[in-house]
Every structure is written in C-alpha cells, then in structure tokens.
Design a protein. Structure first.
Length: 279
C-alpha cells in the first residue's frame, strides 16, 4: 500500500515540474509569488475519530472511538507539504500532502465485535490484549482561478481532486481462540471546490483564508470532506518566510463491500507552523 502512495506522490510532483518548465513567459510584473513551496508541522490538539465495521445482512459488528477503546493518542504532529505554481497571472495549481500514523496497545474494557471484509465476525472479549493501528495519507491537487487581484488582496476559486487512503488493522490475543487479526482499508477520491483569500498587510506580513468542501456518492463509495484554514505569514527574507495558522479537516468515508460495511469518520483540528520558499 505504501508503494502505491509513493507512486501517487511522484506523479503529482511530475505534473508540477512539467508545468514549471513549460510556462516561463506568461507573467508580467506581478506582486504575487509565482512558485511557492512550504513544509511544516500540523500539531493536532483535537483528534475526533470513529471507526465502524458491520456485517451487511445482520448489522452485527462494531462502532468505536479508537482513542477510548484502543488507546490511540488524541494528540499528533503531522508533516505537511504544500506547493503552488502559477502558470499565468490568473491561473495556478496547488498541491498538498500529509500523512497520519498512530497505534495503540491495551486491554479492551468493552466487548468488540470485529468484522472482516468477508463479513466474518470475531468477538474480542473484555480484558483481551489488542494491538491496533491506523494510517491514512491525503493528497490534493487543485486548479485555482484568481478572479480578483491587486497589490493588496487576491481572491481565488478552485476545483480539484482530494484522495485519501485509509488503513485500519488490529491483532487481538484472545485466551480461548488464540490470536485474531483483522484489516480494513479503502481509497476514496473526492472532487472538491474551494475558495482562497490572500491579503498583504505589509510587504513582509500577509494573512490567508482557505476553504474546501464537497461530497460524493458513487457505487459502493460514499464520502464527504471539508477543510478550513486561517493563518499569518512573515516574509523574513526575500525568498523565505515563516507562518503560523489554525486548520481543521473533516472527512467521512463509507465503503460497501460484498459482505461488510466500513465507515471512517475523522476530524483533525490543530495549529500549522511552516517554512516557505517562494520565487
């Protein structure tokens, strides 16, 4: 699964580089950055997550909050990468990637009815030792149209693709039956629409607002996504800046398989500190 993620990330980078090398003469004098990359830490101070696995016909299964049931940490720090390339004064592409990985190891305090992708249920009794994991990667590629701009403010709308890969698994040590294992994973591409505002307070200080939202139901997949960001950036040097902002991402994924139904609800709220390089 990691190999697939790496291939997808490489393809997004190739798209950006191809555009970067192919549009060198589309700009007049402009006060906004043509190319910008940032790397930062997304420090999550509130992490709300619910995972559900049920057998389709009987409805048997489990719905739980992993932080409480499995001991997952509610505080995480993620690496986040963002990129922006303007291939003309009014048109741009933006790229985003971040990844979360967490795990837990504890004796469960309530009975868990785990259902695998074949619809087979395993009862994990109270007191059983459970090792669990969660991993998800998020990739975003968006086109932006700057419909209003001057030296102080820029307003943009955009549309793009948001792809999230989710992988959940557990291993339970059950006294009577030995070891039980289970995995569930899904990949959901969602089209998104968004709005951005950038405002130059001074030549060195600026602030930004970014929002995206969409939902989609297609065959066995159903998903909804929303994000909001607000932040301030200080251009300490000609091409290097430092920023701090607040961000919140919400995602709901549902996948109907032949024998089972998997649902993943996730909300991340935290602070985003970053370093940017711009030209």
């Amino acid at each position: 699964m990691r190999t697939h993620r790496q291939r997808l990330a490489r393809r997004l980078i190739v798209v950006a580089l191809a555009l970067l090398t192919g549009h060198g003469a589309c700009f007049a004098d402009d006060s906004w950055d043509r190319v910008k990359f940032s790397v930062g830490a997304f420090d999550i101070f509130r992490y709300d997550s619910t995972t559900s696995l049920t057998e389709k016909n009987s409805g048997l299964g489990v719905s739980f909050t992993p932080q409480d049931t499995l001991g997952w940490s509610s505080e995480q720090t993620l690496t986040r990468l963002d990129g922006l390339f303007r291939f003309s004064a009014e048109h741009a592409l933006s790229l985003t990637w971040y990844s979360l990985s967490t795990s837990g190891n504890r004796a469960v305090q309530e009975e868990v009815n785990w259902v695998d992708i074949n619809g087979d249920a395993t009862v994990i009794p109270i007191g059983a030792g459970v090792r669990s994991r969660l991993g998800f990667d998020t990739y975003k590629l968006s086109y932006l149209w700057s419909f209003y701009r001057n030296e102080k403010v820029e307003l943009s709308v955009g549309a793009g693709l948001h792809v999230t890969e989710v992988d959940v698994g557990l291993t339970a040590e059950v006294t009577n039956t030995g070891i039980a294992t289970g995995d569930a994973d899904t990949t959901l591409p969602l089209p998104v629409v968004g709005f951005r505002m950038n405002y130059n307070i001074t030549p060195k200080f600026s602030w930004y607002v970014r929002t995206e939202i969409f939902s989609l139901q297609f065959e066995e997949l159903d998903g909804a996504y929303s994000t909001a960001q607000l932040g301030l950036e200080y251009r300490a040097f000609e091409h290097v800046g430092f920023g701090l902002g607040a961000a919140s991402d919400a995602l709901i994924l549902t996948e109907e398989k032949k024998h089972s139904r998997f649902q993943f609800k996730n909300r991340l709220t935290g602070l985003h500190a970053f370093v940017s390089v711009a030209f």
